[in-house]
Design a binder for this molecule. Structure first.
Ligand SMILES: [Zn+2]
Length: 248
C-alpha cells in the first residue's frame, strides 16, 4: 500500500476516535443525570407505595374506632331492651338494635376490604423496596463503568494528540492538504473504504477503471462524488476500518 495512503487511513482512525471520544466525554454529565433520574424514579415509586399503605392504615384505624363506637351503641341498646316496659318501646328498641347491627356489619365489611387491600399494598411496598435496591446497585455499577470509560478515553485522547502530531509530520504535504480540505468539508470524515465498486460513505458507484485503480492502493484517489480519499481493504473488510483506533 502507498505509505501516505496508509498514514491517511491511520490519521482518519485517530480523528474519528477523537471526535467520538470527545462527544462521549462531553455527554458524561447528561449520562450521569439520566442515571440519577432513574434512581429518583425508583425512590418516587417506593414513596407512592408507602403513602398508599399509610393511607390504608389510617383508614383502618378510623374504621376500628367507628366499629368500637357502633358495637358500644349496640350493646347499650341490648341492655336497654331488658328494661323496656311496653310493647311499643320493645318494638322501637328492636328496630334500633337492627339498625345498629346493620351499621356494625357494614363497618366490619369495610374493615375487611381495607385489610385485604393492606396485603396488596404491603406487597407493593416490598416490590418497590426491592426495585429500588436493585436499581441502586445497577446504577452504581453503571456509574463506575462510566467513570472508568471516561478516564480511559481521556488517557487515550491525550495519547492521540502526540501520535497525530508524529504521524502528520510523516505525510506528504500534498496528500495531507487533500485530507484536510476534504475533512473540513465533510465533518472530519475524509477517508472512505471502497467496496463492491462503491464508495461506502456516499454510496456512489465508482467507474470500473477507477475502482480497479483504487484496489491497487498505490495512489491517493478521491471519490468523484464526495471527494473522500478512497482505499480498498479487500472483499470482506472486517480488518481495516477507519472507525476503529486503538492507541499504541
Ligand atoms: Zn464518496
Amino acid at each position: 500500500m502507498n505509505p501516505d495512503l496508509e498514514r491517511l487511513i491511520r490519521l482518519q482512525q485517530i480523528d474519528t476516535f477523537v471526535e467520538s471520544a470527545r462527544r462521549t466525554v462531553a455527554d458524561q454529565p447528561a449520562h450521569v443525570q439520566a442515571l440519577e433520574s432513574r434512581l429518583d424514579e425508583a425512590k418516587r415509586r417506593l414513596t407512592v407505595a408507602q403513602e398508599a399503605l399509610s393511607a390504608n392504615q389510617a383508614a383502618r384505624r378510623t374504621l376500628e374506632k367507628d366499629l368500637a363506637a357502633q358495637q358500644g351503641r349496640l350493646s347499650k341498646f341490648k341492655d336497654q331492651l331488658m328494661e323496656v316496659k311496653t310493647n311499643r318501646e320493645y318494638t322501637a328498641m328492636l328496630k334500633e338494635i337492627d339498625v345498629a347491627q346493620q351499621e356494625v356489619r357494614r363497618t366490619e365489611d369495610r374493615l375487611l376490604e381495607r385489610m385485604l387491600e393492606a396485603d396488596e399494598l404491603s406487597g407493593a411496598v416490598k416490590t418497590a423496596e426491592k426495585g429500588l435496591a436493585a436499581e441502586r446497585t445497577e446504577i452504581q455499577q453503571e456509574r463506575e463503568a462510566l467513570d472508568q470509560e471516561i478516564a480511559k478515553l481521556k488517557t487515550d485522547l491525550d495519547a492521540s494528540v502526540g501520535q497525530r502530531q508524529a504521524l502528520v509530520k510523516q505525510i506528504d504535504p500534498r496528500a495531507l492538504s487533500i485530507f484536510e480540505t476534504v475533512a473540513r468539508g465533510r465533518k472530519g470524515l475524509a477517508v472512505a473504504e471502497a467496496k463492491d465498486g462503491l464508495c461506502t460513505i456516499c454510496h456512489v458507484r465508482l467507474r470500473p477503471q477507477k475502482f480497479n485503480d483504487i484496489r491497487r492502493n498505490d495512489d491517493i484517489l478521491q471519490c468523484d462524488s464526495c471527494q473522500r480519499i478512497l482505499y480498498y481493504a479487500g472483499p470482506a473488510s472486517a480488518a481495516a476500518s477507519t472507525s476503529e483506533w486503538i492507541p499504541d
